[in-house]
Design a protein around this ligand. Structure first.
Ligand code: NAD
Ligand code: DAU
Length: 335
């Protein structure tokens, strides 16, 4: 039996990871450390995963909590972060605190507690944008949003703990994830829930920007593979190879929900909007991992999940959405 400390297990990818792990490794002891920010949901962290993870409400920046939880831990899977690019454009301070200082607090405590493996969940956004071809783990880091820069800082901090302290950190850099329990501020759940509410979908700019989509469960399997076979100090890209433009994505979601193109509302583009992300994931594939979910099927299942779980998203949508957040920020400034 292994003892795993998971941070951010009440968020989108973390809860999918816990649910997967519970099925695949029922005897492992999991602890989920999560602050339950606007993006964390008690339901996501515990429902169905109740017996899989002991829940601790706490901040990854709080050293005493983190030090206490590290004792006896075999491996850390570090998901907790501020994750929405648009929010980081408006107010980036909490991104630096959580993503950089929080990661540092965890690394320091884990090193002192002799944790055997520390997996840092980084992102493809650390590479910046690429017009053609794909990024390998050797590509240079050119983050373009404050969110991506904070993740790049934490990613490089992880590298330094391996090089300097020989602390066994492994970094994964995944592409855009989709699936159940994603907060309805990110494009797929925002578009689905808007359409379920009879609203239009806000498409940034021309809608030509491209993303590579991977199901959160395939991401969970990738982390499992890295935990088992990954080499300390190494970085692994995690992508499906399936890319499409935001306009194509909107078209697929509209079709699944029986709506026409008139439900697309072109809106002002995101400042510094990365045009395209694409990963070369052959290093991870060489460890024996391959994505299993077909995108069309996974997207249809995701639409059905949001249709059947209105009680989950209706509680959080509107209360903490980006629009409410902007309104609050600007209300403060104009006075
Ligand atoms: P999310 O925003 O859905 O969830 C983040 C979780 O972290 C929430 O439960 C939140 O309560 C928790 N959290 C935030 N600050 C905390 C703090 N200070 N202490 C403890 N917990 C805190 O995020 P997600 O989409 O599930 O992403 C998880 C990780 O994967 C992040 O590190 C993100 O950068 C990375 N990632 C995400 C994607 C994606 O497409 N969503 C792709 C690649 C990598
Ligand atoms: O690539 C991995 C990253 O994917 C993660 O590191 C981030 O945490 C995650 O949020 C995601 O970042 P993106 O910026 O790619 O995701 P988002 O869902 O915000 O936007 C996806 C694309 O859709 C992007 O090109 C912007 C566009 N978009 C987004 C929103 C919210 C729209 O056109 N309209 C919208 O309303």
């Amino acid at each position: 039996m292994a003892k795993l400390l998971i941070t951010g297990g009440s968020g989108f990818i973390g809860t999918n990871f816990i649910r997967y792990w519970k099925r695949a490794h029922p005897n492992d002891a999991l602890t989920n450390l999560d602050l339950l920010t606007y993006a964390g949901s008690e339901a996501a962290g515990t429902n169905g995963a109740k017996s899989a993870a002991r829940f601790v409400k706490g901040d990854i920046c709080h050293a005493p909590t983190v030090q206490r939880l590290m004792r006896g831990t075999d491996a850390v899977i570090h998901f907790a972060a501020e994750t929405h690019v648009d929010r980081s454009i408006l107010d980036s301070q909490v991104f630096l605190k959580t993503n950089v200082l929080g990661t540092h607090t965890l690394l320091e405590a884990a090193r002192k507690a002799n944790v055997k493996k520390f997996i840092f969940i980084s992102t493809d956004e650390v590479y910046g944008s690429i017009d053609k071809g794909s990024f390998t783990e050797f590509s240079s880091l050119r983050p373009n949003s404050p969110y991506a820069a904070s993740k790049a800082a934490a990613d490089l901090l992880c590298r330094s703990y391996w090089v300097t302290h020989r602390f066994p950190v492994i970094v994964t850099r995944a592409s855009n994830n989709y699936g159940p329990y994603q907060f309805p501020e990110k494009v797929i759940p925002l578009f689905i829930t808007n359409l379920l509410q009879g609203k239009k979908v806000p498409l940034y700019g021309k809608g030509d920007n491209k993303r590579e989509w991977i199901h959160a469960e395939d991401h969970a399997r990738a982390i499992e593979k890295v935990l088992d076979k990954g080499e300390p100090g190494e970085i692994y890209n995690v992508g499906s190879g399936y890319e499409l433009s935001n306009r194509e994505l909107a078209g697929m979601i509209l079709k699944l929900l029986g709506k026409g193109e008139d439900f697309i509302e072109p809106v002002q583009d995101r400042p510094g909007h990365d045009f395209r992300y694409a990963l070369d994931s052959s290093k991870l594939k060489n460890l024996g991992w391959a994505p299993q979910k077909n995108f069309s099927q996974g997207l249809a299942e995701t639409v059905e999940w949001y249709r059947s779980n209105e009680s989950w998203w209706k509680k959080i949508k509107g209360k903490n959405t980006y629009k409410t957040y902007i309104r609050k920020q600007y209300a403060g400034r104009s006075k």
